[in-house]
Design a protein around this ligand. Sequence first.
Ligand code: EPU
Length: 299
Amino acid sequence: MNWWKSLKGKVKQAEPLKNHTTFRIGGPARFFIEPSDPQDLKLLLGFAKKYNLPVFIIGSGSNLLVNDKGINGVVIRLGAPYFNRLSCKGSYLNAGSGVPLGKVIFFAREHGLSGAEFLAGIPGTVGGALAMNAGTVSRKTGARSIQDLVKEVTVMDYSGNIMTLQKKDIKFGYRKSSLSKYIILGANIKLAKADRGKITQRIKEYMGYRKSSQDLSRPSAGCVFKNPAGDSAGRLIDLCGLKGKRVGCACVSLKHANFILNLGRGRAADVIKLMKFVSRKVSAKFNISLTPEIRIWQN
Ligand code: EPU
């Protein structure tokens, strides 16, 4: 039975995931599906369970390394219009989980709402950013992450039940949250009224810092490792003299040592080898064990 034909959303088979990750790496997904709305998503989850297909959720693919063989399962992207809605009421902003963070920031600015500027330049979606509690560290403002803005988040569990979780019901940590065990459908975030000119200025500052310190010249997944407490993984890798270190087409950036770049035909296997090499060197020199920030999909 062609179960996928009863879905309303878009279905692709053998879809190369390298076209959906900022690393430009990843083999094909057996099914790549964009459900049209929560009912369609629930139907899809039921089929996946029935046919024993593992389910993976992809946002903008910006913090993700997909193995070279691909995914023998269902990759779901919440790209349909239902999951891309944006609205605001007073100083609250409601966003579907598929909305890119950049859109949230500019929509907020148009409505004179401030608070989300620190997310400028982070290439994720609302769902991805919440699942991993995306954020920034700045000398001026210290560490900030999306948890600071959350009021409530609507999620679906893998049995298709929809719930709205209040902030107090959600556990956030450094680049992780308890939301990652659900499929995030949308969120309500709290901002504050402010002058549009000032908001624009702050967005420019965050973007400027990112452009000056990070390597955006080649495909990558941003910072590869989490920062160890009180330090920066990039600084430690740099002190090991690893900038420019290559395995195949995977290369430690010359500009920011916590970035691994895909120089062209990068393979996940090369990135993983390079990550292991970097971890071993940092551990030998500083006795600090680095943990990946990026998600690695291998099934
Ligand atoms: N540094 C070096 N060499 C390098 C890289 C950094 O010496 O090759 C030094 C810098 O000079 C600075 C310190 O390390 O003194 C920290 O560097 P940076 O300001 O670039 O911040 P980071 O800790 O490397 C974190 C986040 C970034 C976020 C920036 C800016 C993590 C793992 N990284 O980077 O997030 O954009 O702060 O707010 O939390 C990401 O999550 O993918 C990401 C890039």
